[in-house]
Design a protein around this ligand. Sequence first.
Ligand SMILES: [Zn+2]
Length: 75
Amino acid sequence: MKCTICRHGETRPGKTDVLLTRENMTLVVKGVPALICGNCGEEYVDEETTKSLRIAADEAEQAGVQVDVRQFATA
Ligand SMILES: [Zn+2]
């Protein structure tokens, strides 16, 4: 698809790292599938993936995690 930020680049499937922060918790998830703009580098993570990241952040927060770095696990 065409990038909606710069309106020039084409997005390509790739992997990115996502930082999720809560009041007392920071979670970095690596290897998250995303569409990445070849021009400006904007990253588009789809709804399904965003949802599972949010669930992972909720679980980590409830487990009392303060800082964690993990690999994205496909559900
Ligand atoms: Zn772009």
